[in-house]
Ligand binder design. Structure first.
Ligand SMILES: [Zn+2]
Length: 240
């Protein structure tokens, strides 16, 4: 491993950035690459990792997995060959990422509506390629309530409502009602929190990538409602 480096996560500022130049600053096992900056989102916060490619002078290295390791964002490529100091160009698989952006924004809207209407707590949330899973903790959560919440969300997705993100001092951010919706997750102990605000709808501490307007989401449709015990309700929806 080389010197300690902090990767600049370009996707946090501009989630629509599909490519960037970068320099390899660290690698291990030949196939785990750290860059000085990246457009690749690492798996985390319920959002899957990006896929895509890293290109060095026409030579393609496919990115098969991206994860966070301490301050580093580690890109796992499909073969060896990259080395420290290499100048590369990164491209993300945009169709995959854009679907995750639409799903992630949809998830915030849906969770906000369910929590506001019922007082349920979110105990789990995972975005997948073809669906979004939610676990809520609430006894009286039934299919009818969920259908009403979906309808309300779909009405919002027809409106011209902006989504913005910015940093805020931690103390101030934690005073916002509902800013942390996961029952167990609590933002890491850092002085500033990144807030994703769906104007007039929801504010959440969040490190994911989102669309700029609710109109980009499309519509969501319930795939499955499961009662997994007295309090645990599991929901799958898809974004169309
Ligand atoms: Zn989120």
């Amino acid at each position: 491993m080389g010197v300690l480096a902090l990767t600049k996560p370009l996707y946090l500022e501009d989630s629509y950035l599909r490519e960037c130049d970068a320099t390899v600053v660290k690698f291990s096992d030949g196939r785990h690459i750290v860059l000085d900056q990246t457009v690749f989102y690492p798996r985390g916060g319920g959002q899957p990792h990006d896929a895509g490619k890293i290109v060095r002078e026409g030579e393609v290295f496919n990115v098969v997995y991206v994860s966070k390791s301490g301050d580093d964002i580690v890109h796992e490529v499909d073969r060896e060959g990259l080395k420290i100091g290499d100048r590369v160009h990164c491209f993300i698989d945009w169709d995959r990422r854009y679907k995750f952006m639409r799903s992630h924004t949809a998830a915030h809207v849906f969770a906000s509506i369910v929590c506001n209407r019922t007082g349920a707590l979110v105990t789990g949330n995972q975005i997948e390629e073809d669906k979004v899973r939610f676990d809520f903790s609430l006894e009286r959560l039934d299919r009818d309530i969920i259908m009403k919440c979906l309808e309300e969300a779909n009405d919002l997705f027809k409106k011209d409502i902006p989504v913005v993100w910015y940093e805020m001092p931690r103390e101030e951010a934690l005073k916002i009602p509902g800013v942390v919706k996961m029952a167990e997750a609590f933002p890491p102990d850092i002085p500033k929190l990144r807030i994703v605000e769906i104007v007039g709808v929801d504010k959440q501490a969040d490190g994911g990538t989102h669309v700029r307007n609710l109109r980009e989401v499309g519509q969501i449709r319930l795939l499955k409602f499961e009662s997994k015990g007295r309090l645990n309700k599991r929901i799958y929806f898809t974004v169309e």
